[in-house]
Design a protein around this ligand. Structure first.
Ligand SMILES: [Fe+2]
Length: 255
C-alpha cells in the first residue's frame, strides 16, 4: 500500500509546530517518531492478521494520524497530559478536519479514520461500534500500546532520567505501589490513569494492557519482546505483586 503522501503530510504538519526551545523540540520530535513507529506496528499487525485491503488502508491512515492532536496540544499547553490540557484524540479529529489532511480518502474511509483517532485514547471502545470503524480502532490501540511499551521502558529503566513530560510527573518511590491499581489488575481490569501516583503505578498500568490487546499478533509481539517481564522485574518483591505477575502473563498467553 502506497503511504508516502500521507507520511509526508504528517511529517510536514508536525514540523510546522516544532518550537524554538531545544527541550520542547525534543519532546515534540519524540511524538513524531512515535507516530511513525505506530504506523509501522500497524503495518505488522495488519499483515500478520491478514486484514482486507479496506481494513488495512483505514488502519494505516488512522495509525499514522492517531496522535496528530499532540502537536497543537503541546504548542498550546506545553504538556502531553490530557488531564491538564485537552483530550488529544478530539483535538486530533478537529485538526484533521480543519487542515483537510484526509482529503484524498473517500467518505467511508474518512469516517473510519476519524472514529479510530477519537477513540484511540479512550479507556474502552463502545461495544456497538460497526466493524468498519472497530477494526481500525483496534489496530491503532494495539499498535499504540506496542510502541508506548518500548518508549516507557526506556524511561522507566533504573538510572534513566525521569522526564516529567513522559512520566507525567509521577514520583519515583521504588517500594510503593498504589493498592487501587494492584486490585484493578488482580480483577483483570485495565488500570486507571487517574489513580497513578508513582512510577511503579505506571509500570502496573502498562502491565494491565495485557488484558486489552485485541489481536494475537499484538500479544505475540509483547511476548517476543519481553515487555511485561521487564516491567514486572522493576516492581517490589511482594506477594500481591507475584500474583500480578501470574495474572498478566497468563492473560498474554491466551490465544
Ligand atoms: Fe495518543
Amino acid at each position: 500500500m502506497d503511504m508516502e503522501a500521507p507520511v509526508l503530510a504528517l511529517v510536514g504538519f508536525a514540523r510546522e509546530h516544532f518550537p524554538a526551545d531545544a527541550q520542547d523540540r525534543a519532546n515534540m520530535a519524540l511524538k513524531l517518531d512515535h507516530c511513525l513507529r505506530v504506523f509501522q506496528e500497524a503495518e505488522t499487525i495488519t499483515t500478520r492478521e491478514g486484514l482486507s485491503p479496506n481494513a488495512t488502508r483505514r488502519s494505516l491512515w488512522a495509525a499514522l494520524f492517531h496522535d496528530v492532536g499532540r502537536f497543537p496540544q503541546y504548542v498550546a499547553y506545553k504538556t502531553f497530559d490530557d488531564r491538564k490540557s485537552t483530550d488529544h484524540g478530539r483535538l486530533g479529529v478537529r485538526t484533521l478536519k480543519r487542515r483537510s489532511l484526509l482529503e484524498s480518502l473517500d467518505e467511508q474511509d474518512r469516517k473510519a479514520v476519524l472514529t479510530a483517532v477519537i477513540l484511540h485514547n479512550k479507556r474502552f471502545l463502545p461495544p456497538d461500534l460497526p466493524d468498519q470503524a472497530a477494526v481500525p480502532a483496534r489496530v491503532v490501540r494495539d499498535a499504540d500500546k506496542l510502541d508506548i511499551f518500548q518508549v516507557m521502558l526506556e524511561h522507566l529503566r533504573p538510572g534513566a532520567w525521569n522526564n516529567p513530560v513522559v512520566t507525567l510527573g509521577l514520583r519515583d518511590e521504588p517500594g510503593v505501589c498504589t493498592d487501587a491499581l494492584v486490585d484493578q489488575i488482580l480483577a483483570r481490569k485495565l488500570g486507571d490513569y487517574a489513580r497513578m501516583r508513582t512510577l511503579n503505578d505506571f509500570r502496573l498500568l502498562l502491565c494491565s494492557w495485557a488484558f486489552d490487546l485485541n489481536f494475537p499478533a499484538s500479544r505475540q509481539a509483547v511476548q517476543e519482546r519481553g515487555y511485561l517481564n521487564e516491567l514486572l522485574d522493576e516492581l517490589p518483591d511482594l506477594p500481591k505483586i507475584r500474583r500480578v505477575r501470574e495474572t498478566v502473563l497468563f492473560a498474554l498467553e491466551r490465544k
